[in-house]
Design a protein around this ligand. Structure first.
Ligand code: ARG
Length: 555
């Protein structure tokens, strides 16, 4: 058990006979941990809280790692024995895996994230899902869960009928291979242009769509090619972003394997759905305050049908403990319908499904050229951030080696941090200039704090002098040790509430305390302080990793 938890547990044990304490931070000079347990007891027994507090002080045994216990009005305040505490905290915190645990005990969490649509560029709308999902992925692994990252690709729907038709009509293999996604977008646009004059094209598209659904070899082979080429392109972006997936089962999988048919059949049998006509199946949801959901329309499955099939399939395949969807809050209604239908179908585990939603992403007007396309490509945002990072580095540290590599990591880290440092429900405006700054609440600021730690440690050398923990006395040292001690709890809370921003905010606080400490106190030649710096560096490294950001040694 990590030091901080152990400390609280020690205190709790000693207070056992009085009740279950809640902890808070006392005002300066009044110790390190405070509880108002006396207040609760006094209220229950009609006594004076200050008296009760004094009574507790008289009777309580001193917990381990606590130096003294004092009553202050109704509060019972604990003063940490920083010699013992810092020794324990710092020796834990310099270990590579500091903050990790086996809390998950191998239970499986499925995370559905990123999920772009094939034959289209990944646009900024997919960025937040990719960044948040990846951070949750890393955090849950760190906590001992088996994590399955699923990229539920949008690879099915009438648009593929259109594409198949357009490609057969006007396409060229050679052009396709050259620049697949842009080429397919072009064909798609052309289809719509031609369709305006020739409305019968819609039927052609439907025909091709039917052929695809029926696994006609020609349609299927072509579609597979579009899909494969799209994934190759996506993977380049994922590689830059340090993102991985364990499954690329997209929407089409559930149609081709008959699982959508299966779920429709089930819904009808269980009388959850009704047939409106031969080609239309609906789940009435009005009584739950939700819009009705169509599972079949014109004989074709819908987005929600494929999600139902996918959820059932995931439960079978992974027997998940949690099944989470990192998707914009624009789809809230969809997920409410989805979970409701799973419940109506009798799947108890619908309770383990969760929509982890987030707000919109936008750019301040005019900062990035959206060219003529309707969407800003995710890659364009990354490139713009990297370019700006390059400029900042050029200005700050022109002599730096491997400037390009560093700029790539700083730029991408900046984008990720800007996203993760805010409450995910809120809309975010990406101000690239601010994001890449080395000062302020930014990713580069944290990377830079890590770089500073590393440079101090290099200068200190592999100083193996014994650390004398009894030397700890400065306020800034103690504050840092306390902050460092909190890291495992912060990771735990950030993950289990699906709130990476809790971790992001924590890291900013840590970096800030570090900078105050470093300004005030001489580190060189003081083994204890060097040890503190070593721990700060390690927490920054692990914390940044969990946000999907690379810690650098130089920048
Ligand atoms: N492909 C969809 C989109 O781009 C998101 C899919 C979300 N995941 C899911 N299982 N429905 O909007």
């Amino acid at each position: 058990m990590y030091a901080y938890k152990e400390l609280l547990k020690n205190i709790e044990e000693k207070l056992n006979s009085f009740g279950k304490p809640e902890f808070s931070e006392p005002p300066e000079g009044m110790g390190d941990i405070s509880t108002n347990i006396a207040f609760t007891i006094a209220k229950k027994e009609g006594k004076n809280p200050a008296e009760v507090a004094r009574g507790i002080i008289e009777r309580i045994e001193k917990p381990v790692m606590i130096e003294k216990v004092e009553a202050s009005g109704p509060y019972v305040n604990f003063f940490i024995d920083y010699e013992k505490f810092s020794e324990k905290v710092l020796s834990e915190a310099v270990r590579e895996d500091y903050g990790s645990s086996n809390y998950g005990g191998g239970k499986t969490i499925v995370i559905d994230y990123s999920h772009p649509n094939i034959a289209k560029p990944m646009h900024v709308g997919h960025m937040r899902s990719t960044v948040i999902g990846n951070s949750l992925y890393r955090m849950f692994k760190f906590l001992g869960f088996g994590v399955i990252g699923v990229n539920h690709l949008g690879d099915f729907g009438l648009q593929f009928g259109k594409l198949l038709y357009a490609f057969k009509e006007w396409g060229s293999e050679e052009e396709l291979e050259k620049n697949p996604i842009d080429y397919l977008v072009g064909l798609y646009v052309r289809f719509h242009e031609v369709e305006e004059q020739n409305p019968e094209l819609k039927e052609k598209a439907e025909e091709w769509q039917k052929r695809l659904e029926n696994r006609d070899p020609e349609a299927k082979a072509l579609w597979e090619k579009f899909r494969e080429l799209s994934i190759q392109k996506f993977e380049k972006v994922y590689k830059r972003m340090g993102v991985v997936f364990d499954s690329y089962k997209g929407e089409a999988y559930y149609v081709f394997n008959g699982l959508t048919k299966e779920v429709i059949k089930q819904a009808l049998e269980k009388k959850v759905a009704v047939k409106e006509d031969e080609e239309t199946v609906v789940v009435p949801l009005e009584e739950y305050g939700l819009p009705n959901a169509r599972l079949l329309e014109n004989g074709r499955s819908l987005y929600i049908t494929r999600d139902l099939a996918a959820a059932i399939d995931r439960k079978k395949e992974y027997d998940f403990y949690k099944n989470i969807y990192v998707v914009s809050n624009a789809q809230s209604l969809h997920f409410q319908q989805l979970f409701k239908i799973l419940e109506l179908l009798g799947y108890e585990w619908f309770k383990d499904c969760e929509h982890v939603k987030f707000g919109l992403f936008s750019l301040p007007e005019g900062r990035i050229s959206t060219r003529k396309g309707r969407f800003v490509k995710l890659e364009e945002v990354l490139d713009a951030a990297v370019e700006k990072a390059q400029r900042v580095i050029e200005e700050k540290n022109p002599g730096l080696e491997k400037k390009e590599e560093v700029a790539e990591k700083v730029g991408i880290g900046a984008v990720k941090f800007a996203d993760l440092s805010q409450n995910r429900i809120k809309d975010v405006v990406f101000d690239l200039d601010r994001m890449v700054s080395f000062e302020g609440d930014t990713g580069p600021y944290l990377q830079y704090a890590h770089v500073r730690c590393k440079s101090i440690l290099r200068k200190a050398g592999e100083q193996k002098t014994e650390v004398d923990y009894s030397l700890i006395r400065e306020k800034e040292e103690k504050q840092l040790v306390m902050k460092i001690a909190e890291f495992p709890e912060v990771v735990f809370k950030a993950a289990t509430s699906y709130e990476p921003h809790q971790l992001a905010q924590y890291l900013l606080e840590l970096a800030h305390l570090f900078s105050v400490f470093y300004e005030k106190h001489k580190v060189m030649g003081n083994a204890l302080r060097v040890q503190i710096v070593r721990a700060v560096a390690n927490v920054l490294k692990n914390g940044l990793y969990l946000l999907g950001i690379e810690a650098l040694d130089e920048m």
